[in-house]
Design a protein around this ligand. Structure first.
Ligand SMILES: [Zn+2]
Length: 111
């Protein structure tokens, strides 16, 4: 699979995740999807990321802002049902809530 083909598969599954979230009664808004090399360098310099390279730089990651009952929630555990569903969509899908050290519950990526 080429990178471009993988980017399309990622985005299709990300769309399914968004639709699934709404069907479950959640609300989400869009967070970051594409990150430029410059933005990633800034994030590392400011402690916002510890990864040498982010899947966001390859259009293989997306962040969702989660709302439950109209209230914005940032706790990674609140994203757990979405993370579980995300991982069920493809064996290469990873949820940021499973990351060690830098838990990132609103982050959904494909390897
Ligand atoms: Zn992210």
């Amino acid at each position: 699979m080429t990178l471009r083909e993988k980017q399309s598969l990622f985005l299709k599954n990300f769309a399914l995740l968004i639709l699934w979230a709404f069907e479950q009664g959640y609300e989400v808004t869009a967070g970051e999807l594409l990150r430029t090399d410059q933005q990633h360098a800034w994030n590392i310099a400011h402690g916002k990321s510890k990864a040498d390279r982010s899947k966001h730089q390859d259009k293989l990651a997306g962040d969702l802002n989660l709302f439950i009952g109209g209230k914005y929630v940032t706790d990674s555990t609140a994203h757990a049902p979405l993370g579980k569903y995300w991982k069920s969509l493809h064996p290469q899908n990873r949820w940021g809530g499973d990351f060690k050290g830098f838990v990132d519950g609103n982050h959904y990526e494909m390897l």
